[in-house]
Ligand binder design. Structure first.
Ligand code: SF4
Length: 380
């Protein structure tokens, strides 16, 4: 796609055009505002950054979903990373995770300051070089992410086996988007009209580039909820909202693809094959905020278990303990806003995060802190 065409997705004239279309269509809606959950933290940031929630005030109420891999990582897994690092391995992971406080209020960065060997990597494949350069030490890659980053971890494990790199292993925390959406739709809170009732979903763009739009068809049919996969520019999100409202006005619920410049119905088959070669479904996985979600994460297949750090290391973990005043769990479920938290913007800030939603660049608390300064002012 040319730069010129990409610019159109930020063009204020296009924004006005789509807003007018939404306004006209909204007049046909008897019950406003409608509740739309944007699953992905990237969309939450776009909505805040471009003031889309304000542009659509009275028409759409955005509910922020759990689509931020760092935010949904349960405390027990953060503790696992910290305990592994304390055992003397070279613990490698992506940036944001290193700042999430564990049960003892210390993050991986804190224990690095105390002498642990914790390293931030930009690509998981960097750990191959680290392992080659440190033949006498164990290197552990702490893999997190939705379907977008899973194929790279699969490539890492395959390559480690091909190259015979035996001092490298992976803790697999990769989670699955459709299972989380299904869990949200099945949750009593979501069915209890008056608390949270989700009318439709804006589906994740990057995840869907890998898995395609097909896996969402079930939700649209079974739960009668429109799902529109969207890009991240302001015009993308507004077009997705327009497509959702159009479905509601016409009394249909189906999957539509606004992000067709990157997403297809079938997704990226090659990436899917890498994932299927190396990983299989876990029976369940604990998500921060959502609890135990059946078949919602991946584990390393037996064939590759030599590179599975959960098989290689025995770790005694502390009893997981969240900060008592942090309501990340509710924020992740979409039943509370960051501003409902007593600590938001005062005690808890991006430079002193007390919960994962403030740490992550995709977290809802971080988005509110960055783009809703006026709300912080009213709290002070
Ligand atoms: S503001 Fe901080 S303490 Fe409050 S919910 Fe968000 S991350 Fe947790």
């Amino acid at each position: 796609m040319s730069i010129h065409k990409l610019k159109l997705f930020k063009d204020p004239r296009e924004v006005s055009k789509v807003l007018k279309l939404i306004d006209n269509l909204a007049k046909k809606m008897p019950n406003l505002p409608i509740n739309i959950m944007e699953f992905c933290g990237g969309h939450t940031h776009s909505i805040m950054k471009y003031g889309i929630d304000q542009l659509l005030e009275g028409i759409v109420n955005f509910i922020h979903g759990p689509g931020c891999p760092v935010c949904v990582m349960p405390m027990s897994r953060v503790d696992l990373a910290i305990e592994l690092a304390k055992q003397g391995v070279i613990l490698c992971s992506y940036g944001d995770l290193l700042r999430v406080p564990g049960s003892r209020r210390k993050s991986l960065l804190d224990i690095r300051a105390e002498g642990a060997d914790v390293r931030m990597v930009y690509s998981c494949l960097d750990t191959i070089e680290i392992a080659k350069n440190n033949p006498g030490r164990q290197v552990v890659f702490f893999a997190i992410g939705f379907e977008t980053t899973t194929p790279q971890t699969a490539v890492l494990i395959k390559r480690a086996r091909e190259l015979g790199i035996n001092n490298l292993s992976v803790v697999c925390n990769h989670v699955i988007t459709p299972a989380a959406i299904q869990h949200i739709l099945n949750a009593p809170e979501m069915r209890d009209i008056g608390k949270v009732s989700i009318d439709a979903f804006i589906g994740p763009g990057h995840v869907s580039a890998i898995i395609g739009t097909r896996p969402y068809e079930y939700f649209a049919e079974e739960f009668l909820k429109p799902v529109v996969i969207s890009g991240f520019e302001p015009v993308d999100v507004l077009q997705a909202v327009y497509m959702i409202i159009k479905q509601i006005v016409n009394g249909v619920a189906k999957v539509e693809n606004q992000y067709s410049r990157f997403v297809t119905r079938e997704g990226n088959k090659k990436a899917q094959k890498f994932v299927a070669d190396v990983f299989e479904l876990r029976k369940g996985f604990e998500w921060r905020g959502l609890g135990w979600v059946p078949y919602s994460a991946l584990k390393i297949k037996k064939e590759y278990q030599y590179w599975d750090a959960e098989k290689r290391f025995v770790v005694a973990l502390p009893e997981p303990r969240e900060h008592p005043a942090c309501i990340c769990g509710k924020v992740i479920r979409g039943v509370a806003l960051p501003t409902d938290c007593k600590l938001f913007g005062t005690v808890c800030t991006p430079s002193n995060p007390l919960g994962s939603c403030m740490v992550s660049s995709e977290g809802a608390c971080a988005a509110y802190f960055k783009y809703k300064k006026d709300l912080i002012a009213t709290k002070l």
